[in-house]
Ligand binder design. Structure first.
Ligand code: FAD
Length: 474
């Protein structure tokens, strides 16, 4: 049977884009379908604009820190900034990245189709466009529809006083007092931006501790560096049960366990950063007998979509909609894996070696298991877990920069020395983690990593020191 395309990708976010580029490398005639903005969340409302806001606001924070500058022998006068110009900086990068993404696909001959697609049986899609519907066929289909912000029940958004990251990213205002619901990386990054630009923040977390997804040691230290010294009040173990937009915004907080009303806050604005949910409804998956799993598209490690546990032939899914690791580079890595498998080269995704970072000042990053997760695995598989910590204050480059707050923590198997996880908080942690991610991908042992030579004086010596100390004890 002749198909219209070898491959059609639904969703032109980073996942779809990464898959398209690799598909062309592999000689596949490829089309990509996008219902909204090319580039999806990362380019338009996520990684790119948020990092631009963090870069500008981080600079403001640094220049306002007279004590820190003085330690370097620098004195500056007052620091002024222009909110709208910072917002424009972010928007300009978005436009540039989006154009780059579109250009790269056009140059490679990927056909871009604007419209909303749904599966209409095996190897078939219906695309709705303003001009009407059309059916296309493809030997393989990748679903990459991404995710949207989760707005808990009881929370009403108006996009101005109560909003999600989709609106926060526009930095249309700097409310004097902002409540942030959620202390995951999105909440943390925005608290970094807001406090640098002079806002007061109240962070609301339903669980008993802040930053529940992070290694406990790192979460504790992050609280000491990123939260306590700043204009941030924290409320843990409470849910924002009812949030009503207006002036003021009212937030009813209930105890997470007893569900009793604890407090009513009145703030200028509320950012809802309570996680993200898959955007996988209305994809026509029932036509191929696929049931969503808590809203996510079920996949195996080859990125095949599953129906009752079995792969659906020629149907693949990647990115946030699979719910595995909601990160841009994870989405494109899954895309590459899907293409490799559809080309007959069996490959599985290795989530353990995919790093993650929060681009706060200083940054936080990690890869692999937290200490409690590693210990849990050790108990099950019968091995002991060991941990080493090294400190930025013992690193020459960090001292030269007068940025000596932070630690690196390596979690490893005591018997083999295999690195199971690495966690860093400190200057340039997001760049530093890559070396640890590569080590985990190769299942390296601290004993061999200890012989790698690191440039002096660099921050990378923080990991060098950790490997060497761990090697002695393994
Ligand atoms: P998306 O980027 O969401 O793209 C999916 C696309 O599919 C969308 O454009 C959508 O319109 C389209 N679509 C959906 N359904 C259909 C359909 N039926 N037909 C046609 N088109 C459809 N990740 C990082 O790694 N690093 C970061 O620093 C980072 N920062 C972030 C900051 C914020 C504020 C946010 C919100 C996210 C951040 N992320 C970050 C996460 C990252 O943006 C996502 O993991 C990534 O965008 C997921 O890519 P995706 O391709 O799966 O989906």
């Amino acid at each position: 049977m002749a198909y219209d395309y070898d491959l059609v990708i639904v969703g032109a976010g980073v996942g779809g884009h990464g898959a398209a580029l690799h598909a062309v490398d592999c000689g596949l005639k490829t089309a990509i379908i996008e219902a909204a903005d090319m580039g999806g969340t990362c380019v338009n409302r996520g990684c790119i604009p948020s990092k631009a806001l963090l870069a500008a606001s981080g600079r403001v924070r640094e220049l306002q820190n007279a004590h820190h500058l003085k330690s370097l022998g620098i004195e500056v006068g007052g620091v002024a900034f222009d909110r709208a110009a910072i917002a424009n900086h972010a928007q300009a990068i978005v436009t540039k990245q989006r154009e780059g993404l579109i250009g790269s696909m056009k140059r490679l001959g990927v056909e871009i189709i604007h419209g909303r697609a749904r599966v209409a049986g095996s190897q078939k899609l219906i695309i709705s466009t303003p001009e009407g519907e059309k059916t296309i066929t493809a030997e393989d289909i990748i679903l990459a529809p991404g995710s949207i912000p989760f707005v808990p029940p009881g929370v009403q958004t108006d996009g101005k006083t109560v909003f999600t990251s989709d609106d926060a990213i526009k930095l249309e205002s700097l409310p004097p007092w902002v409540a942030i619901v959620g202390s995951g990386y999105i909440g943390l990054e925005f608290s970094d931006v807001y406090t640098a630009l002079g806002c007061e923040v109240t962070m609301i977390e339903g669980l008993d501790q802040l930053m529940p997804g992070f290694d406990p040691d790192i979460a504790k230290l992050a609280q000491r560096i990123l939260i306590t010294p700043r204009d941030i009040e924290t409320k843990v173990g409470v849910f924002a049960a009812k949030v009503t937009p207006g002036s003021p915004v009212t937030i009813e907080l209930i105890d997470a366990k007893t569900k009793e009303l604890v407090e009513v806050l009145e703030v200028d604005a509320c950012l809802v950063a309570a996680g993200r949910v898959p955007f996988a409804k209305e994809l026509g998956l029932e036509t191929v007998n696929v049931e969503l799993d808590r809203g996510f598209i079920p996949v195996n490690d080859q990125m095949q979509v599953l129906s009752e546990g079995q792969p659906v032939p020629h149907l693949w899914a990647i990115g946030d909609a699979t719910g595995k690791m909601m990160l841009a580079h994870a989405a494109s890595a899954q895309g590459v894996i899907a293409i490799e498998n559809m080309c007959g080269r069996k490959r599985e995704i290795d989530y353990r070696s995919i790093p993650a970072a929060a681009f706060t000042h200083p940054e936080i990053s990690f890869v692999g298991m937290t200490e409690p997760q590693a210990k849990e695995l050790g108990k099950k598989e019968g091995f002991e877990v060991a941990v080493v910590r090294t400190y930025f204050k013992g690193n020459a480059k960090a001292l030269a920069e007068a940025e000596s707050e932070g630690i690196a923590k390596i979690v490893y198997r005591k018997d083999t020395g295999e690195v199971l996880g690495t966690h860093i908080i400190g200057m340039h942690a997001a760049d530093l983690i890559q070396e640890a991610a590569n080590a985990i991908a190769k299942r390296e042992s601290v004993r061999s990593l200890a012989f790698l030579v690191h440039t002096h004086p660099t921050l990378s010596e923080i990991l060098d020191e950790a490997y060497k100390r761990a090697a002695v004890h393994s």
